[in-house]
Design a protein around this ligand. Structure first.
Ligand code: OGA
Ligand code: MN
Length: 292
């Protein structure tokens, strides 16, 4: 039996008594899917996984993304990505600044992301406290709390999401090593539109599908109106009562719902405080096959 302990925050639950190195039964797959819809963020503590086992578990939930621009891959397993600030012989061995602003994964893509699965292998600590938390905010709660008038105004409207917005924001951070996207890279990732409100495929409930990292324009509104409303949404969606902050422990597998939540990687650790995480991004093709 799975042992589920909800957090006392706006979302999140700890799930024990499931060894992710073993093949996931259909029954447990269904349970985990339901819990992900219900709690948005699941932590499976004390896991001990090979990269292959991480991939096998993740791929139960949909097709894995192979990030073409990403050179930080597990050798031989291009769908397992490395997030790390570590260097070997002066060279980075992982993407060091992944997710360091509020966003949801792959909203810039026609096929959006369903869930991201991170396996924490090295977690930085200072004075006995873990650093590099991953913070989340609950977009079902954010939808419900919108003023009625705005819900009506935005119903049926769409938002344009641009990969380059996040990329450029990261480039502005001190010490960034990101080069501007080339013309070819920009062409490969043109902005895409999605409804402002999505119906969550697991819960059937509406969620606000907007995020400061990638959202650039409400298509059906004049620019000025759109800017004003997007700024309102970006502030609205980060209210403390919607939030949950995950404090990492080595061996955690953290899995989150990329449709009903947004997240932010807290950049509060230094280059000599190592963080090393393996990651599989699962696309939502099980739920939106027509977008594939
Ligand atoms: C990501 C991401 C957060 C983190 O992998 O998409 O946002 O805390 N990671 O590493
Ligand atoms: Mn992310």
């Amino acid at each position: 039996m799975l042992n589920v302990t909800p957090s006392d925050q706006g979302l999140g639950a700890k799930v024990e008594n499931l060894d992710l190195s073993q093949p996931l039964t259909q029954e447990n797959y269904k349970k985990v899917e339901g819990l992900l819809g219900q709690y948005g963020v699941l932590c499976f503590p004390k896991q001990n996984l090979t990269a292959l086992q991480l991939r096998d578990f993740s791929s139960k939930f949909g097709t894995l993304e192979i990030n073409v621009a990403n050179v930080y891959q597990e050798p031989g397993l291009p769908d397992v990505m490395i997030l790390s600030n570590k260097r070997v012989d002066g060279k980075p061995i992982g993407l060091g600044d992944a997710g360091q602003d509020w966003h949801t994964d792959m909203s810039y893509s026609k096929m959006i992301a369903f869930t991201n699965v991170l396996y924490g292998i090295e977690i930085p600590h200072r004075n006995g406290q873990p650093l590099g938390n991953t913070e989340f905010s609950n977009m079902r709660a954010a939808y419900l709390a919108l003023p009625e008038e705005l819900k009506q105004k935005l119903e049926g409207k769409t938002i344009l999401h641009d990969f380059n917005k996040f990329w450029e924001n990261m480039r502005k951070q001190p010490g960034s090593t990101r080069a501007p996207l080339t013309e070819a890279q920009r062409k490969a990732k043109p902005p895409v539109s999605h409804p402002v409100f999505l119906t969550h495929p697991i819960t059937g409930e509406k969620v606000l599908y907007a995020n400061p990292g990638y959202s650039i324009q409400i298509n059906e509104l004049p620019k000025e109106d759109s800017d004003e409303i997007l700024n309102f949404l970006f502030e609205h969606q980060l209210q403390p009562q919607f939030r949950y902050s995950h404090r990492w422990t080595e061996g955690d597998v953290l899995m989150w719902d990329n449709i009903g939540t947004i997240h932010n990687a807290v950049a509060d650790y230094k280059p000599d405080e190592p963080r090393f995480i393996k990651r599989c991004q699962v696309m939502a093709d099980r739920y939106f096959p027509q977008a594939a």
